[in-house]
Design a protein around this ligand. Sequence first.
Ligand SMILES: N[C@@H](CCC(=O)N[C@@H](CS)C(=O)NCC(=O)O)C(=O)O
Length: 195
Amino acid sequence: MFLALEEAKAEYTLYDFDIWYAKPDWFDTKINPLGKIPALSYGGPKTAPDQPAPESAKLGESLALVEFVADIFPESGLHPADPVVRARARMINHYFDTNFFPLFWDFFFQGKPEARVPFLEVVETVQGLLPETGYAVGDWSIADVAIAPFLVRTPMQLENDIGKQSTEGEQDVACSSRAAFRPHDEVHRGCEAVA
Ligand SMILES: N[C@@H](CCC(=O)N[C@@H](CS)C(=O)NCC(=O)O)C(=O)O
């Protein structure tokens, strides 16, 4: 969601907290009954972020938020104009949400040994979904803002052994360092150079 907001040059106020250890007691009741981040309070009178206005729309789910930002900032170009290309971007995002992310979580965050092989398989599948060069569906889009954080982190975590996974070393690293990951990795390195 942050990438979408930044790409759209949206004005927003960030309310940052530790979802696991310091979730404010009003979060579930006033912002997101699902209890998850990211979440967005949109519209209504301007208030302090810890006092969300009852009139504002309360929204959650990363992919819904990314599409919402693309909708309200059409000039951001995040939504591909061509319906076919847009559908392809949504298809990639759906695949990430339902297949990639759960295994990414089990592998890196839960350290489940049984997640290793299926995770490396979804990494392979992603290689097939993405072009060899350029972004996910051509120009930078809703697909890139949704998946780039994972595509950048995967090789970095494997190369530097970050996470709870028990890796088998070079085989895992090789799996995540193929062409389809490179455009996003270069974006990441470009950001570092600018910062
Ligand atoms: N499908 C949701 C998943 C969000 C999610 O699982 N967020 C985690 C943090 S990465 C969370 O808030 N977990 C708190 C909880 O499950 O209690 C999305 O993409 O927004």
